[in-house]
Structure formats: structure tokens, C-alpha cells
Design a binder for this molecule. Structure first.
Ligand code: BV8
Length: 237
């Protein structure tokens, strides 16, 4: 793929990029966790109704972060960010820390992060790697009012202004390992398509496949390093 070195690149990742690191995707779990529909547990109403259940949903996933590592796809995206002379932004729907640990810096967790919590009273957010319970005191104000720093359904994703601006300016939009079920992320390809080349990498055919100018079917750990080699090898100065 030959694209000018001053091209602005925006990349969106979903659960599929972390699958080969051992973190199950939402589709793998048929959208269920302990027989709860994810949309029901990952929701502010669920947290108000049963904070202990929702905390446990995130405590289990936060504990798993100690058992998994970034895979070749995460590492390749960090390599691309380092070497790419044009603007670069990686937006992830994932709440795991694998992009961070792979070395990605120009990174937005649009749906929040497992390794942060925030206080409903003083609104401060804190790095957090252990379990959190309804009675856990906020490190800043001491009140037992911490929630996962996660964007639940019917909540506004983070940094949407920055993301929208990047999508309107990019020359290349790459979407990796997302089923395209959840909005506004699933609508990013349409926004970018006005001026950008759009490319999807997925192990299967997705519902938004037809919106991409190019699709590559395969595992992220194979296809992403290959794409990065092509981009770095083919960039024209
Ligand atoms: C909002 C954090 C408004 C929580 C998440 C009707 C129509 C359209 C939209 C809606 C609607 N009704 C409601 C909505 C809005 C709703 C939505 O989109 N619902 C869907 C279900 C219809 N969206 C929202 O509520 C969003 N907020 O709209 O706010 C607003 C406006 C103003 C003011 C206030 C509010 C917020 C959505 C964020 C929810 N939080 N995550 C948590 O993680 O616990 S969503 C969560 O699910 C993920 O973050 C991700 O976004 C989504 C899962 O999707 P994927 O990442 O794609 O994962 P999935 O398992 O589905 O697919 C994996 C893919 O990988 C597959 O394609 C597979 O083939 C592929 N794959 C697997 N292995 C590999 C692979 N590919 C390559 N290699 C491999 N090895």
C-alpha cells in the first residue's frame, strides 16, 4: 500500500485485537456474563441497582489483566505510531491495558479503562489495579462512592470531539477486530469515508464490511504486522 508519508492515520480497535492475548470478546461470550446480558450489567441503572454485581463484573476483568500480555498486533500498532511521520491516532473501544503496555501513546480509550476508577462525590479519577467494592473509600475524599471509569451503555463515550476532528482530517482509517455493533464507534467509518481510504481487518465478515473500501479477512496478529510493514515499506516521502 503506497500512501504519502504526511497522511493522517486514524485506527479503531475492538475486542478482536485482544482475543489472541486471551481476553474473550463480547461475541465469544454471546454477549453474556454470568448469564447477564452485557448491556444490562454495563449500564448506570445496573450500578445503581446492584453496585456489588457491577463491581464484580469489572473486578474479574481487571484481575485478568495480570495474566495477559500484548500480542503482535498491539506491538505492531505501537511500532507504526513511532515510525509514522504524519498525524496518528489510535482509538480503542477496549477497556483492557494491552495497547498501553505495547507502548501506544497517541491513544484514546473511548469506552474507559479497567485500570481506573472515579469518585461519584469528588469526581476525581484514580489509577486502580485491585478489586473495588461499594464500600471502598475514595483515596481523595474518603467517601465510599467509587465507580469503574468505564463508559456504560447510554453514557457518552470519551473525547468524542477529538475523535471526530481526527476522523474528518484523516487520509487512512483502519478498523481492527470490531463487530461494528456499538455506536458511535460503528459509525466512524462513514465519517472517515468522505475523504479517507478505509480498511477493515477482521477474522470474519462484519455487518459494516460493505462500508469499507478495502477489507482483509484474517487474524489480527498476522494481518496487522503485515499491514504495518506495508505502510512503513511503502510510504512515499
Ligand atoms: C451512547 C465498555 C448516547 C463497557 C462498552 C440502537 C441503534 C444504534 C445505537 C443504539 C441503539 N440503542 C442504543 C444505542 C446506543 C448504544 C449502542 O450502540 N447499542 C448497541 C448495542 C445497539 N451505544 C451507547 O449506549 C453508547 N453511548 O450512545 O450515548 C449519549 C449521547 C449524549 C449524551 C449521553 C449519551 C456507549 C456505548 C459504550 C458501551 N460500553 N464498553 C465494558 O466493556 O464493560 S461497549 C463494548 O461492547 C465494547 O467497548 C465495544 O464497543 C462493544 C463490543 O464490540 P467489539 O469490540 O466489536 O467486540 P465484539 O465481541 O462485538 O466483536 C469482536 C470482533 O472481533 C468480531 O467481529 C470478531 O470477528 C473479531 N475477532 C475476534 N477475534 C479476532 C477478531 N478479529 C481479528 N483477529 C482476531 N483474532
Amino acid at each position: 500500500m503506497h500512501i504519502p508519508a504526511d497522511t493522517s492515520i486514524v485506527i479503531l480497535t475492538g475486542a478482536g485485537i485482544s482475543a489472541e492475548s486471551g481476553i474473550s470478546t463480547f461475541r465469544d461470550a454471546d454477549g453474556l456474563w454470568m448469564n447477564h446480558a452485557i448491556e444490562e450489567v454495563a449500564h448506570p441503572t445496573a450500578f445503581r441497582r446492584d453496585p456489588a454485581l457491577v463491581h464484580e463484573f469489572y473486578n474479574q476483568r481487571r484481575r485478568q489483566l495480570f495474566e495477559v500480555s500484548p500480542n503482535a498486533a498491539h506491538l505492531a500498532l505501537a511500532r507504526l505510531e513511532q515510525a509514522w511521520p504524519g498525524d496518528f491516532l489510535l482509538v480503542t473501544q477496549n477497556v483492557d491495558d494491552l495497547h498501553d503496555r505495547a507502548g501506544s501513546l497517541k491513544l484514546i480509550h473511548m469506552h474507559g479503562e479497567l485500570r481506573r476508577v472515579r469518585c461519584l462525590k469528588c469526581l476525581q479519577s484514580h489509577p486502580w489495579m485491585e478489586d473495588c467494592l461499594p464500600e471502598t473509600p475514595c483515596p481523595a475524599c474518603g467517601k465510599p462512592s467509587l465507580r469503574p471509569h468505564i463508559v456504560w451503555f447510554d453514557e457518552m463515550p470519551m473525547k468524542m470531539g477529538e475523535i471526530t476532528r481526527a476522523l474528518s482530517r484523516c487520509g487512512l482509517f483502519i478498523c481492527i477486530g470490531t463487530s461494528g455493533n456499538v455506536y458511535p464507534a460503528a459509525g466512524f467509518v462513514q465519517q472517515a469515508s468522505r475523504q479517507a481510504h478505509t480498511l477493515e481487518i477482521n477474522a470474519e465478515e462484519t455487518r459494516i464490511r460493505s462500508q469499507f473500501k478495502e477489507t482483509r479477512k484474517g487474524l489480527a496478529s498476522c494481518e496487522v504486522p503485515r499491514l504495518v510493514d506495508e505502510l512503513l515499506g511503502g510510504m512515499t516521502r
